[in-house]
Write a protein that binds this ligand. Structure first.
Ligand code: ASP
Length: 436
């Protein structure tokens, strides 16, 4: 059995956290490949090392003195080394980094040093081999991740190794220039490694005991989701629920490798399993609820719209011509509504309105802003009757007016549109209905 384990920044913020991580790794000998993030925050007002590196490099790039910023970064790593009583010196690494900063080696290179140095420490502490991500994670010349080349190089490199530490977050272009993924990208590295070594499980260790059914800022201590499918996760992540980087599911998904989200500070908790498919029913009809504020609805009316071929295409053309992507498009007999992000749309609304008139000739257009969309997601809804009806009545009891409801044909999710000001009340009502 092979398990790939990725540890997030808060799991590696201090020597104390490193000790917890080592205990977790040693507790199961299948935990053979370890992907560290850079040290995160030790307390809420603390700084993440990655952020410190960005600031430090910005000074270097502007030709300013960055010695103070670099000193603080050195101290973060030295504290960890001292706390672990390791016989390791990063002096040479830091003088190279200092020189590279002076030579303006790039923002991506600078940001990647947090993972690089933390992984050197981890490899030394666990006595595992260190494999630099710049050697094995490949981006093409336009900066896009090259999945297949990476998989070839990485699986060949890791094949003879029993155990290894590989830094998260970065790789390199063919030219050797370091390139990072977007923020939080160590999750992606973990998934790429899991695919390359054909792992049985990809464990992603963080500081929460899994995915929560709803946002804890709205619901007091929501329950943890035990098992969620990749598709359900996509729906929830798209609506703003975040624990795992959005792109992290793709490499493991193609190999059918499950992801287990775990809590470094509570390793006894089972966490959340993210799987391709399961016959296990979720404990409740719904798996999770997520949502976002700040949408705008563009209602377009035209008599006999239903019999006019190409009307929808012409309307969408007006949005496309102005570079606006749409989120949902529920329609009635003589009406069609297009939901868009308000911040993208606000500046262009009059131009888009004129374009719809020109292209599609509607009778009237009405725009309504400050709307929220809520996704109620659950594979259990397919086999249950009356879910939408129950949501309707629960929201009516709370005096929440439903502006829109849209059920995907997969019956995996129901999207509900409400006024921004009703957002929290609506989520609470739905949570109460199905979970509490
Ligand atoms: N250290 C990087 C960040 O702060 C990447 C990661 O932690 O996954 O975004």
């Amino acid at each position: 059995m092979k398990t790939v384990v990725k540890f997030g920044g808060s799991s590696l913020a201090s020597a104390e956290q490193f000790k917890k991580v080592a205990a977790i790794v040693h507790a199961d000998e299948d935990r053979k490949f370890v992907i560290p993030s850079a040290p995160g925050k030790r307390f809420s007002a603390d700084k993440k090392v990655t952020d410190m590196l960005y600031v430090c490099y910005a000074k270097a790039k502007a030709g300013e003195d960055f010695s103070q910023e670099l000193k603080l970064i050195k101290e973060r790593f030295q504290d960890i080394i001292d706390g672990l009583e390791l016989d390791l010196s990063l002096a040479e690494e830091f003088s190279r980094i200092e020189q590279d900063f002076k030579d303006h080696k790039g923002t991506n290179y600078a940001a990647s040093r947090g993972e690089y140095l933390n992984s050197l420490i981890m490899a030394c502490y666990l006595d595992y081999e260190f494999v630099d991500a710049a050697e094995v994670i490949r981006f093409d010349d336009s900066g896009n991740f090259d999945a297949e080349t990476t998989n070839q190089i990485l699986s060949a490199r890791l094949e003879p190794l029993e155990r290894a530490v590989i830094p998260g977050f970065y790789g390199s272009r063919e030219s050797g220039k370091v390139k990072t993924f977007s923020r939080g990208g160590s999750d992606i590295t973990g998934s790429i490694v899991a695919r390359a070594v054909k792992a049985d499980v990809y464990e992603n260790w963080t500081d929460v005991s899994g995915f929560l059914i709803a946002d804890p800022r709205i619901i007091d201590s929501p329950e943890v989701i035990e098992t969620i499918t990749y598709r359900e996760l996509r729906e929830l992540a798209y609506m703003g629920a975040s624990v795992l980087h959005e792109e992290a599911i793709f490499p493991v998904r193609r190999e059918g490798i499950p992801i287990n989200i775990r809590n470094t500070n509570a390793p006894e908790d089972n966490g959340t399993w993210i799987v391709e498919s399961t016959c296990q029913k979720s404990r409740y009809i719904i798996t999770g609820i997520a949502g976002k504020k700040g949408f705008c609805a563009v209602n377009i009316e035209k008599d006999m719209m239903n019999s006019e071929i190409g009307f929808g295409r012409k309307v969408l053309q007006a949005f496309e011509d102005h570079g606006i992507s749409f989120e949902h498009m529920p329609s009635g007999i003589d009406t069609l509504t297009v939901f868009v992000h308000q911040d993208e749309f606000a500046d262009k609304e009059q131009k888009v309105t004129a374009a719809i008139h020109r292209l599609a000739g509607p009778d009237s257009i009405e725009i309504e802003g400050d709307l929220a969309l809520i996704a109620v997601v659950g594979r259990g809804m397919k086999s249950t009757q009356g879910t939408a009806g129950r949501i309707f009545s629960a929201l009516a009891t709370e005096h929440v007016n439903i502006k829109m409801i849209d059920q995907g044909s997969s019956e995996l999710n129901i999207i509900i549109g409400v006024a921004d000001e009703d957002f929290e009340a609506a989520i609470k009502a739905i949570y109460e209905l199905f979970v509490a």
